[in-house]
Design a binder for this molecule. Structure first.
Ligand code: V55
Ligand code: FE
Length: 483
């Protein structure tokens, strides 16, 4: 019989769920606008079996995909495992065979030769396919209706080993733009840039090298450039041999922004590297061009945001310095300098999980949403916590007016990443709704909240009770029924 560790990552609200379910017509408070027709997909790490090594970090659980289908003012729920090669091998064995996060040296010998991916980071839609993504592996294809797993794809010719969990859709071509890192294996500096057509086939692949090996979790794409922020969340085979966590943060290394031209025939030789002082950044809200300038909007913290990937020089985790603030990095392609032109804080709300109206991907844009930690608000949890700082607020920034809005979810709840739903294909930017999961930490329950996207301060217009507890989740996306 399986028994999970008695540790914060596996108890309380974080108790593994492992529930595959179909629930027709969730109970709703408020009114779901009947025009909303489409499906919200999201993923949570959810370990199938107790960890091989006795404990584990939240990023190593198996991908569990949830699908919320909206139609005629109702919402229907379906949840299934992303049945990776790892999941199947372990399912047949009835136990864990893979060890620590991105450390194959800790695996059971029976795991050798099987792709280690957990498909636990993003549920992404392109060309009628649902991709369950993990940055250490190829993309896993699933059926967007049944959530049946169809298997890994190399897009008919990708030669790198990995595909990012954060691809973008080019609004002009409809192509999926992605990249891979550790493309020749763990700890290699090799990177690959990919363009995938809506039919799922690879149109383009460019190989290049990073200044140093690090977690390349997200990137940005504008009309003419792909932008890679190199932040020193580093690793090495020595670390893995010593049994340390795969990644650690190095406060002594600089940060780089690589600018790869997307024009026909561009190669590694065309990349331009800009450099700036050490800081921490992970997700990108958006990036866009303005003449020769490129603006890159990302939440930036002074120091490490991942307590489970500790400082490589032994410094203790610093919660104050882990607070991130949406910041605009600007580089000037007309300048001869490799320095950033500016680094400008855009809001004093501390937050992460930035999102936009995705139709404005890579373009000048007005609205952004993010999860905010409001430290002035009370957290009143009896019996256990969500662990770490609580994302207790939904924030919205309006770059045009310089104003912002927020909505606090109360002292016994926390929030998961927001996702924008456009009112229709031709609706103006920001005209639509925000959908997000709210963790009812004390009830160990989850609600699906719906907001008017540019009027979040008034609170949710509808709230659906999900009869299955959703664990700490990562990313999700909206698929309009018309697509
Ligand atoms: C993140 C999440 C991951 C991962 C690397 O920043 C980075 C989030 C859920 O897995 O493997
Ligand atoms: Fe992410």
């Amino acid at each position: 019989m399986s028994s999970f560790p008695d540790s914060p990552a596996f108890t309380g609200f974080n108790t593994p769920s492992r529930v595959e379910a179909d629930v027709f017509d969730l109970a709703v408070e408020g009114t779901i606008p009947p025009e909303i027709h489409g499906t919200f997909y999201r993923v949570q790490p959810d370990p199938q079996f107790p960890p091989l090594l006795g404990n584990d970090i939240p990023f190593n659980g198996d991908g569990m995909i949830a699908r919320f289908h909206f139609e005629n003012g109702r919402v229907h729920f379906r949840q299934r495992w992303a049945k990776t090669d790892k999941w199947k091998l372990e399912h047949d064995a009835g136990r864990s065979l893979f060890g620590a996060y991105r450390n194959p040296l800790t695996d059971d010998p029976a795991a050798k030769g099987t792709i280690r991916g957990t498909a636990n980071t993003n549920a992404f839609l392109h060309g009628g396919r649902l991709y369950a993504l993990k940055e250490d592996s190829p993309a896993l294809v699933m059926d967007p209706d049944t959530l049946e797993t169809l298997g890994y794809t190399d897009f008919g010719g990708m030669t790198g080993e990995t595909f990012t969990a954060h691809p973008k859709i080019d609004p002009e071509t409809g192509d999926m733009i992605g990249f891979g890192y550790a493309s020749k294996g763990i700890c290699t500096r090799d990177m690959t840039y990919y363009e995938v057509a809506p039919d799922g086939t690879l149109k383009r692949e460019i190989w290049f090298e990073n200044p140093y090996y690090c977690m390349m979790h997200d990137f940005a794409v504008t009309r003419d450039y792909a932008l890679f922020h190199v932040v020193p969340i580093v690793s090495s085979w020595e670390r893995l041999a010593e049994g340390k966590p795969h990644f650690g943060f190095d406060t002594t290394l600089p940060v780089h922004l690589g600018v790869l031209p997307r024009r026909e025939g561009a190669t590694a030789a065309d990349i331009r590297w800009f450099t700036t002082e050490n800081c921490f950044a992970s997700h990108v809200m958006n990036a866009f061009q303005e003449g020769d300038r490129i603006h890159f909007d990302t939440p930036v913290a002074k120091n490490n945001m991942f307590p489970f990937f500790p400082d490589v020089h032994g410094a203790p985790f610093n919660p104050m310095e882990s607070a991130s603030f949406l910041t605009r990095w600007t580089v000037d392609m007309a300048s001869n300098s490799d320095a950033f032109e500016s680094r400008t804080r855009l809001t004093d709300m501390a937050g992460e999980f930035p999102r936009i109206d995705d139709r404005y991907q890579g373009l000048p844009y007005r609205y952004g949403w993010l999860l905010v930690i409001d430290p002035t608000k009370p957290v009143e949890l009896k019996g256990g916590s969500a662990g770490g700082a609580v994302m207790n607020t939904l924030g919205m920034v309006d770059h045009e007016t310089g104003t912002e809005q927020s909505w606090w979810c109360g002292p016994v709840s926390s929030l998961q990443e927001p996702c924008f739903i456009p009112r229709g294909p031709d609706a103006p930017e920001g005209d639509g709704w925000i959908v997000m999961i709210c963790n009812r930490l004390e009830d160990r329950a989850s609600d699906l909240l719906l907001f008017d996207a540019t009027d979040i301060a008034k609170g949710p217009i509808a709230s659906a009770r999900i009869p299955v507890r959703m664990r700490f989740g990562l990313h999700g996306n909206w698929l309009p029924a018309a697509a």
